[in-house]
Design a protein around this ligand. Sequence first.
Ligand SMILES: [Ca+2]
Ligand SMILES: [Ca+2]
Length: 394
Amino acid sequence: MIMNHKRLQFPLIFIFVTMLSCDDNGSKKIADLQKKGSKCEKSCCDQSRAEAINKTLQNRGDSIRSRESYSIPVTPDSSSNMVLIPAGDFLMGSKASKMALAREFPKHQVQVSAFYMDIHEVTNAQYAAFIEATGYQTMAERPINWTVLKEQLPEDTPKPTSDLLQPGSMVFTPNKEVFNLIDFSQWWRWVQGANWKHPFGPESSIKGKENEPVVHICYEDAIAYTEWCGKRLPTEAEWEWAARGGLKKKTYPWGNEPLDEGSQKCNYWTGLFPVKNTAIDGYEGLAPVMTYKANGYGLYDMAGNVWEICSDWYDENYYQRCLDELIINNPSGPDTWYYPREPQDPKRVVRGGSFLCNDSYCSSYRVSARMPYSQDTGMSHTGFRCVKDLEKTD
Ligand SMILES: [Ca+2]
Ligand SMILES: [Ca+2]
């Protein structure tokens, strides 16, 4: 539930600009767009803080400090929560299909060495243990560094007033007044005071949500956690290989059965995105980890619940390079990011989709789905899990 927090509203010019940013017909009604299967490469799920702040320079926002004092019970991280993912080779990516996006092409051969992987997304309780042990402060809890932010904004953007540079994060906000599936500011809002411990804003808390995945985590926050517990983030190739769970040429971690057939398979958006959520999978928002059946490797929530940050930079053309240059053995991504839509905003890869994904939009719970993610932006549907190398023996 959205608590009593202050929101920064997006001006009309932002709606205008974003409507022009994709080829979809923004004037169609949501249901028509769902039938058509909207395929905007700039998906519903990637909304950088730089973009949000840039579009709210004309608005005023008060400095908000967290007032919630709830202290979460801590659960030390344990490698017993990991499983061995065997070495192997597979065809990474997707061929052209109804759901696949161009960034998943072309399929290319990949070999992956064996590694250990967390069986579930990192939880609030696990992240709390890290915070308690280290005193680490996440990106969403720090004032925004203007020197960094201005590099991500159009040249000559004036420095915002200090109230706009207060700590915050991107919060998914259900909205029944949605005019198209292109303007994501209709359901994403920059909320001051939102962070991992206050996921909807300063008045909200994670009390009773200890087993839900931690969110509002940016790349740097995830790296800090992995270094603390002696693990690392998975590469995109490792993540996809693990998500496939030993199956070959399948669409989902469980095979090819559609989500709306058989038993509930994962936490996704059931209903009409983003205006009606039927929650027939049991959850309108986040689900506790391990709620649904594991895949063949014993991994939970490789589809849905929260997007999972990978270590790779995002480059739309990387798969083609892998194919052309025979980059096969444990590919770890390009040297830097490449994303023409927001060239100045560093992007990492995220995988697996979230509780917001729906077949009508990005269908990102498919094992080959991938998305660019602004590496310094926290969001209410993005978390991570860790991997660990096997100990080397002489
Ligand atoms: Ca759901
Ligand atoms: Ca997930």
